[in-house]
Design a protein around this ligand. Structure first.
Ligand SMILES: [Fe+2]
Length: 301
């Protein structure tokens, strides 16, 4: 059985999301380049049967990372304790090295919006996010990572840039970062900033995981973050640049809809693996380390 230790920091390389639409192909595949899978805990909590069977099968083959969809850090009220305690027990069962959620607004008055709404780049939103991150970390009793989201319109007048907002949240909450490289690209093109300048300001030691995904360009030029297309060359280039700064990290290929034939996805995983090894200088048989989790002097809390 693959074991995943919080202290080993050994989850690195290319991963895929464990999605119902992909599971049977994944289990049937021989794809040594695939080094981990990512799950949404919401798909497993309070569920047994085939979901738990699928998870147990996945754990026999790969380390499992967890990425939540419901606890956006912009929520005005704290998350329900009944839910976060269940999540804590679930992560404990998986021995998850960290847990990630989005830096966005996704619920109000206990109602889920089922969308990742942008936060205003202002001090009040930073104060709220820092509070929510600390609360979650205290309940989960493990490191919490925040993911940068894509957005199409800023709510009101921003008081700072996106990256300044992200950096201040990270600094004040002492959180880890799940850096979505495609989201940086999409926002850079839609809002007119340099994605390389953004990425160069990110403190590499905070990055515990990376995401890449496909996007689509509308006729009017707006770029939509769809997770339903192949990763574009410009995003491969940004990923390589990022990995050269961070060193070995888990890189998830996000594909959530319009699944192609599995062979096509497998080719994408292989292309990412080649890029990954070139960027971090990893030998095929080397044991990589996610130093953001193991590095002395970089506290988890
Ligand atoms: Fe993402």
């Amino acid at each position: 059985m693959s074991t995943l230790s919080r202290s080993s920091g050994a989850v690195c390389g290319i991963g895929l999301g464990l999605r119902q639409g992909l599971a049977s192909d994944l289990f049937a595949s021989e794809l040594p380049e695939l080094r981990f899978v990512e799950i949404h805990p919401e798909n497993y909590l309070r569920r047994g049967g085939r979901f738990r069977v699928m998870l147990a099968r996945a754990r026999e083959r790969w380390p499992v990372l967890t990425h939540g969809l419901t606890l956006g850090f912009g929520a005005v009220e704290p998350a329900p304790h009944s839910y976060t305690r269940e999540l804590r027990d679930f992560l404990r069962e998986l021995d998850a090295p960290f847990h990630s959620e989005h830096l966005c607004f996704s619920s109000a008055d206990g109602v889920m919006l089922h969308d990742l709404m942008p936060l205003p780049f202002r001090k009040e939103a930073i104060d709220t996010a820092v509070l929510r991150i600390r609360e979650l970390r205290d309940t989960l009793e493990r490191p919490v990572a925040i993911e940068n989201v894509s957005y199409y319109a800023h709510p009101g007048q921003p008081h700072m840039s996106e990256v300044e907002f992200l950096l201040e949240v990270l600094e004040r909450s002492d959180a880890k970062l799940l850096l979505d490289v495609n989201n940086v690209f999409v926002n850079a093109k839609n809002h007119g900033f340099d994605p390389y300048a953004y990425l160069d300001r990110i403190p590499a030691q905070r990055v515990v995981q990376l995401h890449v995904a496909g996007h689509t360009v509308r006729k009017d030029g707006l770029i939509l973050d769809t997770h339903g297309e192949p990763v574009q060359d410009a995003v491969y280039a940004l990923l390589a640049h990022t990995l050269r700064r961070t060193g070995p990290r888990p890189v998830l290929l996000e594909r959530d809809q319009s699944f192609p034939k599995f062979e096509v996805l497998a080719q994408e995983v292989k292309r990412l693996d080649v890029l990954y090894r070139e960027a971090v200088g990893e030998q095929a048989d080397a044991e990589p380390q996610n130093q953001a989790l193991d590095q002395p002097g970089v506290p988890w809390r």
